[in-house]
Design a protein around this ligand. Structure first.
Ligand SMILES: NC(=O)C1=CN([C@@H]2O[C@H](COP(=O)(O)OP(=O)(O)OC[C@H]3O[C@@H](n4cnc5c(N)ncnc54)[C@H](O)[C@@H]3O)[C@@H](O)[C@H]2O)C=CC1
Ligand SMILES: C[C@@H](CO)CCC[C@@H](C)[C@H]1CC[C@H]2[C@@H]3[C@H](O)CC4=CC(=O)CC[C@]4(C)[C@H]3CC[C@]12C
Length: 369
């Protein structure tokens, strides 16, 4: 990626490139990265939609692989200029064991870093999460905070623990010498709750509302703000960060950036209604219909049932003590660090993000995807 080789075409690798965010990153790279020569899409489960991308001018290589397998990762990374590591096990519902979550999110990330070092890949962008910071186990609010806001980040749940460990590995790897003698340059992006086309929980809420005759019932007070960011803007931020890492290595290397855009600050449920409302659903109640202690009880009961039933069947309700804590603790960001460091501006306005999401919910809710 030297200046003398302006016309050089670059090889990008996106791990988890067939996931919700990963697909948007892949499509964004193809649309907005003029230096892209080859795009490698690495995922445990490859999506059929990749086929249509193979007919374009950029070489798209689909690689079925597992980030926990070091040799598979090394083979995929070899010869790549930039890695965007977005693969991860996103499980806050108790589907996977804590060991599996750790293996994929922490060991998988370690494998990606080691592969960069061994093969001489110099630029690594990691998809971290707001969960690395909070909400913490004490339920402290994080109100319009930024990357420098002091906050007691204490976790017990395997998902945030794994993301925090993985993020640390990525940041500590900044400056390590890669094969060929150059320094590795890394940064971590921390999205808040991502929404947009492909957001399965949103689709599930829509279908649930349809089953209940068009009604959803408020469980969380409207005053609890939950940070949200549009998937297209998160993808754009990844593409921009990856592009600028070389030019601004000294500034960006080893840094974390919250992902943000113009999405309004609202409670989790009120925010979802921005999309579900125009699709015909209504949120019942200006206040939660059940007292908070009942939700705490139900969440604990769900956790107990999950544990008791585990030998027989996997019981994975949406509500558990962890998801209740996240949904009912204010966590919002207000920052311009990505703008200052690498010129990020959201590509999609709130109006665009909202319209695109509504159209997707309408289509996804009525089809069997
Ligand atoms: N969904 C959200 O609201 C947020 C997500 N994130 C992070 O963004 C990243 C992407 O998340 P989503 O797109 O929402 O999840 P997702 O589950 O849709 O995508 C993850 C992708 O990683 C792949 N993957 C999982 N285990 C793998 C393995 N062992 N080897 C190779 N590929 C594997 C999956 O097949 C999937 O395609 C994750 O790292 C997650 O922690 C961060 C903040 C918020
Ligand atoms: C109490 C229920 C009443 O309607 C609502 C339960 C909603 C929860 C399932 C979600 C509320 C907040 C979500 C999380 C948040 O957006 C932050 C996240 C970041 C990540 O990195 C992964 C996903 C998630 C943990 C996200 C998961 C779903 C919620 C807990």
């Amino acid at each position: 990626m030297a200046d003398s080789a302006q016309a050089q075409k670059l090889v990008y690798l996106v791990t988890g490139g067939c996931g919700f965010l990963g697909e948007h990153v892949v499509r964004m790279l193809l649309q907005r990265e003029p230096r892209l020569g080859e795009l490698r899409v690495f995922d445990r489960h490859l999506g059929p939609w990749l086929e249509e991308l193979k007919t374009g001018p950029v070489r798209v290589t689909a690689i079925q692989g597992d980030v926990t397998e070091a040799h598979e990762v090394a083979a995929a990374v070899a010869g790549a200029h930039v890695v965007i590591h977005t693969a991860g096990l996103v499980d806050v519902f108790g589907r996977a064991s804590p060991e599996t979550i750790h293996e994929v999110n922490v060991q998988g990330t370690r494998n990606v870093i080691e592969a960069c070092v061994q093969t001489g890949t110099q630029f690594l962008v990691y998809t971290s999460s707001m969960e690395v910071v909070g909400p913490n186990t004490k339920g402290h609010p994080f109100y319009r905070g930024n990357e420098d806001t002091l906050y007691e980040a204490v976790h017990r749940h395997p998902y945030p623990c794994s993301k925090a460990l993985a993020e640390r590995l990525v940041l500590e790897a900044n400056g390590r010498e890669v094969h060929g003698g150059l320094p590795l340059v890394t940064c971590a992006l921390r999205p808040t709750g991502i929404y947009g086309e492909g957001h399965q929980i949103m689709r599930d809420f829509y279908r649930q509302g349809l089953r209940l005759g068009g009604w959803l019932f408020r469980a969380i007070p409207a005053s609890v703000e939950h940070g949200r960011v549009y998937v297209g803007n998160v993808a754009w931020m990844h593409v921009l960060a990856a592009r600028e890492l070389e030019r601004r290595a000294a500034l960006m290397g080893g840094q974390v950036y919250f992902c943000y855009d113009g999405s309004p600050y609202k409670s989790y449920e009120d925010f979802n209604m921005e999309f579900l409302g125009p699709c015909g659903l209504q949120l019942v109640g200006a206040r939660p219909l059940l007292p908070y202690w009942v939700l705490v009880f139900l969440a604990a009961l769900n956790a107990l049932l999950q544990w008791l039933l585990r030998p027989l069947v996997l019981y994975v309700p949406l509500l558990n003590p962890y998801t209740l804590a996240v949904a009912s603790t204010t966590f919002t960001v207000s920052t311009d660090k990505a703008q200052r460091h690498f010129g990020y501006e959201p590509l999609f306005s709130w109006e665009d993000s909202r319209t695109r999401t509504i159209l997707w919910v309408q289509a996804a809710g009525s089809s069997a995807q």
